[in-house]
Design a protein around this ligand. Structure first.
Ligand SMILES: [Fe+2]
Length: 479
């Protein structure tokens, strides 16, 4: 999808729910131009945000590249300006997560592409990077880039050292608590402190907890918050630029290392961290669902991978092609329970169905919650085929679902939950799921009643092209 489109009045089949007013924003890597080494890694391709806006009884679609410092500099030059320390491997090890090779054309320009997530904050849409670029604010209607957030200079380094004023990293999966009006996120690096946790408030103040006692360079792609705690796991999925210098891919999986969990009191970010070493074998939660505090314990929910869904040279020999994550690993619904009093962490698998891209009614981040939503599927060889949307009650385990039946390949992307009204009970509302039909070159945004997935979508917003792959997105309510 290498074009910027505007559709002011999308085709809708079925009946859209009354009163739906808001935007569903998604972000993903979309080629603007090949980089100097011709890499196809997610991390080197520029971010493009897609916005599906419901207002005044119509649905509008726009997609726009995020004007990161890298994008702007390359537009001005009319060519790619970046190459990477791991870009010469010529196989799956070329993630584009090595240091940018610096010259006079890219000096002082962060190498991040802001292509992993898009979520609302303080009336704007933030385009979020995995590493190497601060959040970029976009207009929620036009998707025009407004600029780097004004609080970026308070952020810590990500994987890369800062290259200019205002550079910094924030992580791709922040959690917004609308009662305390706090935005929590974490970022990670391959040097001490390996992980830092940030809390941003609407006045643009950033408070930071550096996890100085963190044991190793774990990839903290996501985190949990409850009413009282922020929780970050050190699982032995590693990211270390020293590996590149050794001729290895940047990612590692070291099962000799223990899983260690950091528990931070939200009302005392400067206070001591409670460290809990887990009682279970190494596993990996890439994306969190959410967490409850129950009877003095913290219950952390999320899909559990037995091993990371990324290629590492502990498993794959050099020289092979890149294999995407859904063919490398598979998951099941999982749960980790922290007993703060005893300092114990346990883990359990709650089902066999592969699930990923977990979502909740995000008004309930930082609060007790009951309903989880997943993209689900079936096991295929070493990976999984995702073709289903699922709802699950986290207390009772009751599940219901809807499977997209199509005899040619479809991409079921991450859903978003939309409350029926701004003050509806938790889980009362709609699920919107993008489904891309690759061969037919079109896309349906399916709208489900969240409490009746098996009946199928009540409406579809139909786009006459295949939207690009977008890992993550969120809903901004205009009501
Ligand atoms: Fe993610």
């Amino acid at each position: 999808m290498r074009f910027e489109a505007t559709i002011e009045d999308c085709i809708v089949s079925g009946e859209l729910p009354d009163g739906l007013e808001g935007g569903f924003y998604r972000n993903g890597p979309t080629w603007r131009r090949p980089n100097k080494q011709g890499l196809e890694s997610v991390y080197t391709i520029d971010g493009m945000v897609q916005g599906l806006v419901f207002r005044d009884g119509k649905v509008e679609f726009r997609n726009r590249w995020v004007r990161t410092p890298k994008f702007v500099a390359e537009e001005r030059a009319g060519r790619s300006l970046f190459s990477y320390a791991d870009g010469e491997f010529d196989d799956w090890r070329a993630w584009g997560l090595g240091d940018a090779i610096r010259d006079e054309h890219n000096a002082g320009i962060p190498q991040g592409t802001a292509n992993i997530n898009a979520m609302p904050f303080n009336g704007e849409v933030l385009a979020l990077s995995e590493q190497g670029c601060p959040p970029i604010a976009l207009d929620p209607i036009t998707l025009e880039t407004k600029g780097i957030v004004p609080w970026s200079s308070q952020l810590s380094d990500g994987l890369f050292e800062k290259v200019c004023f205002g550079d910094g990293a924030f992580g791709p999966h922040p959690k917004w608590d609308d009662v305390k009006e706090e935005l929590w996120s974490c970022t990670y690096r391959d040097r001490k402190p390996f992980i830092s946790v940030h809390c941003v408030t609407l006045d643009g103040v950033v408070r930071t907890k550096h996890l100085d006692d963190g044991p190793y360079c774990a990839i903290a792609h996501d985190m949990w918050i409850t009413e009282n705690y922020a929780i970050v796991a050190f699982a032995p999925f590693l990211q270390d630029r020293a590996r590149i210098a050794q001729g290895r891919g940047i990612y590692g999986w070291d099962t000799s290392l223990p899983t260690v969990i950091a528990v931070i009191r939200r009302d005392d970010i400067d206070g001591p961290v409670q460290w809990i070493e887990a009682d279970f074998e190494p596993e990996y939660i890439m994306h969190t669902l959410s967490a409850n505090e129950i009877d003095g314990k913290i219950v952390l929910d999320g899909p559990i991978f037995d091993s990371p869904p990324f290629m590492t040279d502990e498993v794959f020999p050099p020289g092979g092609p890149f294999v995407p994550f859904w063919q490398v690993g598979t998951t099941c619904i999982g749960r980790c329970v922290l007993d703060l009093e005893k300092g114990r962490a346990t883990s359990e698998h709650l089902g066999d169905t592969p699930v990923e891209l977990p979502k909740i009614d995000e008004r309930f981040w930082g609060k007790p919650y009951e309903w989880g939503f997943y993209t689900a599927g079936e096991r295929v060889k070493d990976g999984m085929r995702m073709n289903t949307v699922m709802r699950r009650n986290v207390h009772t385990g009751k599940e219901d679902s809807y499977t997209i039946k199509h005899d040619r390949p479809v991409g079921v992307y991450e859903s978003v939950f939309v409350p029926r009204t701004p003050d509806a009970p938790e889980g009362d509302g709609y699920l919107i799921t993008p489904v891309s039909y690759f061969n037919e070159r079109h896309t349906d945004f399916m709208v489900f009643n969240a409490d009746d997935l098996p009946s199928g979508p009540v409406a579809k917003v139909v786009l006459p092209f295949a939207v690009g792959w977008t890992p993550h997105g969120h809903w901004m309510d205009f009501r």
